[in-house]
Design a protein around this ligand. Structure first.
Ligand SMILES: Nc1ncnc2c1ncn2[C@@H]1O[C@H](COP(=O)(O)OP(=O)(O)O)[C@@H](O)[C@H]1O
Ligand SMILES: [Mg+2]
Length: 278
């Protein structure tokens, strides 16, 4: 059983690595995301996030945790310009998001919590083709990107299926294919494991890790650390629209419960984090 899981992980990782290796033309220690003192005030006057300062190093896998309403989704939506800050700036590889929204959407791929809301195509194929079509690539380039992306997430056989007929896990893999077809450098997963069963969690986790291994910078939000923390190199805790802790997961684990996030079992037992794939 464990061998099977490991084998599946390896094949997923190989498929993704062969399909979309990230070409880095930057310094290894570069901050691919620079967030400087951003706040977002909604139309009703309420602040979703306030005074956020955050730099993300290229190639890292960062977990952003916090209870419902702590501002995780609002923060992520600023990374590709779905929301623009009321104050402050967000820069991607040095370029301000507000200055070039198309570049930002290509640079940061986002998997939303509600996979259904992300579906735009009549078929699985058309859904994945939607992003590259907006980049005005020629037909053969679009076809090649879609084929490679569908193969990487194991959905080639379902290319002509209607997306709404897919299972929850398949819809999330479809969202990942749509992201891959844009060839982004940063991929953001907003609550990627919510309402998935155990095999579904493992499958999505495998994809996240494969994308990380192929050189993408990964951000994952969750209120449930258990499933991902063993793979994170940094943990950011949010509460009330602010960052309240930021550091190595083991160093701030003792504080998570004070901010409404459940401490993973292994940490309760004084052990190291354990992967869900082991
Ligand atoms: N469109 C909106 N209008 C007004 N308030 C909002 C809107 N979206 C989110 N909020 C508020 O902003 C805060 C942060 O929400 P959100 O970023 O969704 O938190 P999380 O993703 O951590 O659950 C919450 O208090 C939420 O009610
Ligand atoms: Mg959210």
């Amino acid at each position: 059983m464990f061998e099977l899981v490991r084998h599946a992980a390896r094949s997923t990782q190989l498929a993704i690595r062969n399909s979309h290796p990230v070409t880095r033309n930057s310094q290894p220690d570069m901050n691919i995301i620079e967030i400087e003192n951003i706040s977002h005030r909604f139309a009703d006057g309420k602040y979703g996030i306030e005074g956020i300062n955050l730099n993300i190093r290229e190639g890292s896998l960062v977990v952003i945790a916090g209870p419902n309403g702590s501002g995780k989704t609002t923060l992520l939506r600023h990374l590709n310009g779905l929301l623009l800050p009321t104050a402050g700036t967000v820069r991607l590889a040095g370029i301000c998001v507000g200055q070039d929204l198309l570049q930002a959407r290509q640079f940061v791929g986002m998997m939303f919590q509600d996979a259904d809301s992300q579906i735009v195509g009549e078929t699985v194929y058309e859904d994945v083709a939607f992003g590259p079509e907006n980049l005005r690539l020629d037909r053969s380039q679009i076809q090649s990107r879609v084929k490679i992306a569908l193969r990487a997430v194991g959905l080639s056989e379902l290319a002509h299926q209607r997306p709404h007929l897919l299972s929850g896990g398949e819809k999330r893999r479809l969202a990942i294919a749509g992201i891959l077809a844009m060839e982004p450098r940063v991929i953001v997963f907003d609550e990627p494991f919510s309402s998935l069963d155990y095999p579904g969690v493992k499958q999505i986790l495998n994809h996240i890790l494969a994308l990380h291994q192929s050189g993408h910078t990964i951000l994952v939000t969750t209120h449930d650390l258990e499933k991902i923390i063993a793979h994170a190199d940094r943990l950011i805790l949010m509460h009330g629209g602010k960052i309240v802790r930021d550091g190595m997961p083991a160093d701030i684990m003792c504080d998570v419960e004070a901010f409404g996030v459940r401490k993973p079992c292994t940490f309760r037992l004084g052990l190291e984090a354990e992967s869900w794939l082991d």
